[in-house]
Design a protein around this ligand. Structure first.
Ligand SMILES: Nc1nc2c(ncn2[C@@H]2O[C@H](COP(=O)(O)OP(=O)(O)OP(=O)(O)O)[C@@H](O)[C@H]2O)c(=O)[nH]1
Ligand SMILES: [Mg+2]
Ligand SMILES: [Zn+2]
Length: 292
């Protein structure tokens, strides 16, 4: 038996890379198929090789066991990553601020660090960039600005992907695959155009895939999504998934303050100071969504 990592999962076949870097196309053992937990990219597995990889192609094998996950994101489905990179374009498609916060909540729930990457900086004017800076002051997550067209900021992004495993997440068409092609020549990921009429991507990337980077990092390119439910989160867990609210919790009048309309709530005082008003709106919106 060998240990490896699922780097691709398509139609009941799993590509598993072992510790030596060889790849095996595997099926899952019957009992694993029946279990409720589907195998996903990033899973660490024990597998039995059937054929060794040769000059003609990769090996084959059977996955016998899935090892416990350190963490798990439901959407995009990926396991055992070290950080989540939310990729958002500033235009074409327009930046969806609430979606950034949604992805961040799911990452926070798994105690995963979040990095926000604003892509397509080449499409906005310097005046728009100034407005943007006002909007993200303050912001609870580190931010990188990139253009996969000009290459601006891509070194910064690549440096932040070094030495760890990152999951890219974001809507279709924001440039996730194009960015990866830029920072790691040779990946040759398929990219798609953005519809002029509806301003959305065309769901070009169909399956998540874990890709090695030459700086010791790895990254999971994922299919874009349009909706993201915060299912399975209790309303009282939400504030814990907003670091700026978590930071003020001890200063609120009530220990279990939900920062809604409670008296002596520190969030009111911090609004516009350490708490970004737009982020606080997202919090209130999600709170309503979870209370329905
Ligand atoms: N102007 C500009 N266009 C970009 C940039 N990055 C990507 N694009 C374009 O945006 C379109 C969508 O890029 P993709 O890389 O396919 O987007 P994606 O996020 O991988 O989309 P899905 O795979 O559908 O989730 C392509 O036409 C790219 O050429 C950028 O920085 N600037
Ligand atoms: Mg893509
Ligand atoms: Zn409060």
């Amino acid at each position: 038996m060998q240990q490896g990592k699922v780097i691709k999962a398509v139609g009941g076949f799993f590509t598993v890379r072992n510790q030596a870097g060889s790849e095996y196309l595997c099926r899952a053992r019957g009992s694993l198929k029946k279990s409720k937990q589907a195998l996903i990219v990033g899973d660490e597995v024990l597998f039995k090789p059937l054929n060794e990889p040769s000059g003609d192609g990769g090996g084959e094998g059977v996955i016998e066991k899935v090892l416990p996950r350190a963490n798990f994101l439901p959407r995009p489905p990926v396991a055992n990553v070290d950080q989540v990179v939310v990729v958002m374009s500033l235009k074409k498609p327009d930046c969806d601020w609430q979606m950034i916060s949604r992805v961040a909540v799911l990452a926070e729930r798994e105690y995963l660090p979040v990095l926000v990457c604003f892509n397509k900086t080449d499409l906005i004017s310097s005046a728009e960039m100034d407005q943007l800076h006002d909007l993200i002051e303050p912001y609870p997550y580190p931010i990188v600005f990139t253009s996969a067209l000009s290459g601006n900021g891509t070194d910064d992004l690549k440096n932040r992907l070094a030495g760890c495993c990152s999951a890219l997440a974001g809507p279709s068409g924001v440039g996730k695959s194009t960015l990866l092609n830029y920072i790691q020549p040779g990946l040759s990921l398929q990219t798609g155009t953005v519809s002029e009429k509806i301003g959305r991507g065309r769901h070009t990337t169909r399956q998540a895939a874990l890709l090695p980077l030459d700086n010791g990092g790895s990254v999971v390119d994922t299919p874009g999504f349009t909706r993201l439910d915060l299912k399975n989160l209790a309303p009282e867990q939400l504030a814990g998934c907003f670091p700026e609210l978590e930071a003020i919790r001890s200063r609120c009048g009530f220990r279990d303050c939900l920062h809604l309309n409670e008296p002596n709530c520190a969030a009111r005082v911090e609004l516009g100071q350490t708490i970004n008003p737009m982020r606080f709106e997202h919090y209130q919106f999600f709170m309503q969504e979870l209370s329905q």
